[in-house]
Design a protein around this ligand. Sequence first.
Ligand SMILES: [Zn+2]
Length: 840
Amino acid sequence: MFTDKGVRGTNMNDVNPINYKIRLEPDLRTFEFSGCTEILVETSKPVNEVTLNAVRLAFWECKVRLDGELAECPFYVDTRKQEVRVCLPKEMSGRIFLKISYMGEINDRMAGFYRSRYGAEGASKYAAVTQFEESDARRAFPCFDHPAKKATFDVEMLLDENLVAISNGPIAKEEDLGDGRKVVRFQQTPKMSTYLLFFGVGEFDFILDAGETLIRVGTMPGMTKHARFGLEFARKALEFCEDYYGVKYPLPKLDLIAIPDFAAGAMENWGAITFRENLLLHYADITSRAGEQRICEVIAHEIAHQWFGNLVTPSNWKYLWLNESFATYFGYGVVAHYYPEWDLWDQFLHGQTDTALARDALKETVPIEIPGGEHVVINASTVPIIYNKGGSILRQVAGYIGENIFREGLRLYLKNHKYACASSRNLWEALEGVSEKPVTTMMESWIEQPGFPLVEVTRDANKLLLTQARFTYLPDESDQVWVVPVTIKVFCNSSDSKTITTLLDSKDTSIDIGGEAIAYKVNFGQAGFYRVRYHEKSDLWELGKRLLSKELPPVDRWGLQNDLYALVRRGDTSVDDYLDFLSNYEHEDAFLPLMSIAGNLFQAYLVMEGARRDKVASIGKSFLEKVLSHIGYEPEQDRRYTTSILRDQTMVHAAMYGSEDVQEFARDKFSSLMGGQSIHPDIMRSVMQIGALNGNLETFKWFDKRLKSSESEHERMNILMALGSFGDRALIEKIQQYVLSKVPDRNKFIPIQYMASNPHAMPSMWHWYVSHVATLEQFHPIHYERIIEAIVPVCGIGKEEQVKAFFEDYMRRKDKARDVIKLSLEKLEINSRMRVSCEV
Ligand SMILES: [Zn+2]
């Protein structure tokens, strides 16, 4: 999705907003709102017009204050540029006061000022809420819709007396109009960006925690019984952030609001954070431990944004990573602080770093700092870079300069730029200032260039030779160089070991590891964002012995096989080599390597066909059965959270590989579930998926009924994943239709994604996509992109020419999902090559 970001021409750059007074009157019956926005601006030069951003607003009149009177101004709307140009009666300078009246729609697109539906006593009801990032504030009021154009906001809403209004600040005044309506006026906000503003109107219920800062969780009516868990963790996260950042939370209150219809996961509006219901509400006996942990991560992510993004804002969208990388990093860091037993940093490697490495190994990638400032592309293509890679690079730099110095640097950065804007350079300056290490040079190499290095290692007597080159799956010419902090663990003859650190800042370097060294692990601790290749197979197998004996910690056991699998994807080594190397994991019992092996095997299983697929399935089956017999099928209270996550994931894979043991266990549980009994929430998802895999029409009807009657979004998620997991071809076709007509827009992409990695549905998915493309492209842009990214790379195998021709034509005609189409075609090429190379 390309979006015009405004600040174009001299006019908008010379004019800066100081204050907005926004008065809105939303009508939840007609889904329209009328608005009046007064904007006080200041110009550095005389101007004869003021250009503001606006989309789909119908303007009544624009006025300017001139000699104490309001004078009418002609105005011109440019729909293509998303602007309204207000012509002043004469050239003006200094402070200018504008008053603009207009109408708008409370739309159903989950962007701008939109309506969210909820069921109350059988009938549909609506709340009106906003989602403005990155550039949809202009759908609610005319404004300078750019993060650097900060101003204060006074919001006032006129609504039915039985409804509740929410905005960023607390209510300053509420006035009954005596005609069934009331006016609610909010306290003025601090200086902030337009994309962080929030308005909400509806029948919200709250529970609250009146500490030093008032924290409330807002829900649709009757849902506050699920809000306590989120409220309690929000207090913890707020305390952690205030202490770590050394800056108090600047607003008098913090709301966390659960919204039924929501496109993304959550949004950090300052003081009024919005969430998908399942990411804030905790349903007793339904929310799994994985779900509970996810709630904490998302709350921590959004609360970290109250500083990283809201208090200090990127001066340009190209620095958006400054928001999302920090929020990702602290999303894990805050939770890890309170729940060290959840092994969050291990999960970070699997969920964040690994995803980023896979994404960034495509030729079709972008740097973290997206070049060009006026256009920003936030989509399924850039999210893994800005969030996942960005967070991983922060972890790398924290490792390099040390945690305490990192924290000191962040405090300095926040203090220096609060209520203002910053660029990447401002962050380097702060980190370099406190660490006295070459942070700027190092970080520029990671932030400004695309991709990451493969570090190849060979040994020559006492020396290790390290060389770096960009890692891509498909062949690519590149002479890029990164400044790579390298940590090496050297195992010596006399059963002792040593750790060596160095900075690889040129193409190659050599290090003395001593004559007694018998094995060495590069990227020890896995804090570095790069892949490693051991030139000599024997060096890798020497490490294999150390992982079998668990001399290597779980993160390194994870890294070794995961890098090897990436080399398989790259065509450097064969799947059989990878499968052979797995023999070293015979006694593996740690979450991280097990989760990764399960994921890699499943990926290989989906890509292969025939005898090759059967071989992967057979190895996968015995591997996972062993894991499951070790951790047990039944979740128990005293187990680690990661054990629950591992079980839920591996059960589904093992069932697909044909494990009778797993099938039997899940069949039993699923029939209890259909019979009205409850089962443990930690196996609910896998049991439902396996139930669907073996299910018939009766099963489908049961899911349909349960989806309609369920009061919990967490359970609805489980059901939607299961709907994508049916094994019966006829039912798959039925469900493909059902998804489009019966599943709410916000969740349509979920069963589709699951069908795209369901071997029984995969053969029909490409054809289904092509036949329904006109409907699918009406989805929210990020959902449409997720569908393409799920379907094309695997379901397109064997149909490569057809798929390529389709998209060549599509991209000639349309501008939609371009980046995601390109990267999906590249992934398809990698998968096709992998299948073919294995057939030889
Ligand atoms: Zn975020």
